[in-house]
Write a protein that binds this ligand. Sequence first.
Ligand code: KMT
Ligand code: NI
Length: 179
Amino acid sequence: MVQAWYMDDSTEDQRKPHHLQPEQPVSLEQLKAVGVHSFSLDADRYESDPELAKIRQENNYTWMDIITIHKDTLPNYEEKLKIFYEEHLHLDDEIRYILEGSGYFDVRDKEDRWIRIFMQKGDMITLPAGIYHRFTLDENNYVKAMRLFVGDPVWTPYNRPADNFEAREKYVQFLTQTV
Ligand code: KMT
Ligand code: NI
């Protein structure tokens, strides 16, 4: 299961965990309240996993590819990492499934505080359209992840502020309805 916690606001290396002192964990329920859902799967079986097939079918995740983020494999590695760590939103859900390695997805809570979500092998996450978020590698500097999408993928990030999109307005409306 994914682990999550509230972040400190130190500007030190983004790849460090950035726990508060004392630590302040965030539960899966708290993640659901901001529209973030997570699953645990057997990443060793991803090529023939009926559980993964079911999730894809039920959610209409027709499209997928695999991205490997490592300095030797990802073209424009430094530049891409910078883009991933800019606070942004998308007009569609962002769905990621970690096959190897690990990394952090940070999402904003209702009070605009950063929640850090540690994702490692077997963890899948869905970030709703309109949520402000960012991604960084951790100190292991390596992740291999499946990217899933409903239909043809659109990866366009809209950096904050991006409050006038319908996807954002809908998401803000959703937040008012959860505890
Ligand atoms: C994204 O959109 O932030 C990415 O695809 C990078 C992370 S995938 C583990
Ligand atoms: Ni994103």
